[in-house]
Design a protein around this ligand. Structure first.
Ligand SMILES: [Zn+2]
Length: 306
């Protein structure tokens, strides 16, 4: 398997005290430095191109992010989304990682890939940055898979504790993409109720605060994974947020690292059954550093087939 990352993703800095800190990615990369990950092939992520970004974002939004990185300090785009001097470059590399990872699995250079990048992406809408996200990384990847690789069925599984509202907005009228999200409700950003269905290609599965391993596994086993198998995706993409962990400071679900191994194994099975094994995952949230490191390790171990 391949791991796509770039040093500039450590330099995007929303400022002191911000939950989405460079220390998050540092913790993930350090955890993945252990000997048991020696077989993971690290690849430097390229930049996403204009053309790739414009498949899911309005030109005005792309131009704004390209022009907004401040020369020093931070620039605030909304209440919790800030840019530092390296942020544009980091967001371009994050989206570019996803595109390159998809090319790698489509061309057979790898079966699974994980993009260890930030900023995260799933809240970014067609025309706005939001919720720590500048470009919608997973959506840029899915659109690339449709446009360049000619796929007819791409699944996006999003187990971040927050609803992937941006991904939903982008694909709610695109039946070639099935977007499935489990998330805590009520919680930021307030969307993701079960009656938001797009063209039948959006599946939202809210969990109440306090729900843990049992509820999460029952939901995926009982409803979400069967729906994914019916769709028969040719490529499985994952918005891998680890903020549903019980230690996470900004949400109230009660998962443990083993639950991330569990869901990853099932998504790998899904990819094996329909997609020639092809699965690409990208880092979304996760704000307790120890929990994030343990959860991302469990995820990548499962991708390695341990
Ligand atoms: Zn999140």
């Amino acid at each position: 398997m391949k791991l796509f990352t770039h040093p500039v993703c450590l330099q995007h800095d929303p400022g002191p005290g911000h939950a989405e800190s460079p220390a998050r990615l540092r913790a993930v990369l350090q955890a993945l430095d252990q000997d048991r990950f020696a077989l993971v092939d690290r690849v430097e992520a390229p930049r996403a191109t204009h053309e790739q970004l414009l498949r899911v974002h309005a030109r005005a939004h792309v131009d704004k992010i390209l022009a907004s990185a401040p020369e020093s300090g931070t620039l605030r785009l909304d209440e919790d989304t800030l840019m530092s001097p390296a942020s544009t470059e980091a967001a371009l590399r994050a989206a570019g990682a996803m595109v390159a990872a998809i090319d790698a699995v489509m061309e057979g250079a790898a079966t699974h890939a994980f993009c260890a990048v930030r900023p995260p992406g799933h809240h970014a809408t067609p025309d706005a940055a939001m919720g720590f996200c500048l470009f919608n990384t997973v959506a840029v990847g899915a659109a690339h898979a449709l446009a360049v690789h000619g796929l007819k069925r791409v699944a996006i599984a999003d187990f971040d504790v927050h609803h992937g509202n941006g991904t939903q907005d982008i694909f709610q009228r695109e039946p070639r993409v099935l977007f499935i999200s489990s998330h805590q409700s009520p919680l930021y950003p307030g969307t993701g109720s079960a009656d938001e269905r797009g063209m039948g290609n959006i599946v939202n599965a809210p969990l109440p605060p306090g729900a843990g391993s049992y509820e999460f596994r029952e939901l995926w086993d009982g409803a979400l994974l069967p729906r994914l198998h019916v769709f028969k995706p040719q490529l499985v993409l994952v918005s891998a947020g680890f903020d549903a962990h019980r230690s996470d400071p900004i949400a109230d679900l009660r998962l443990q690292a083993e639950d991330y191994a569990w869901i990853t194994e099932r998504l790998v099975d899904l990819a094996r059954a329909h997609a020639g094994g092809r699965l690409v995952s990208t880092l979304e949230g996760g704000y307790d550093l120890a929990a994030l490191a343990a959860s991302a390790s469990a995820h990548v171990s499962a991708l390695l087939g341990e």
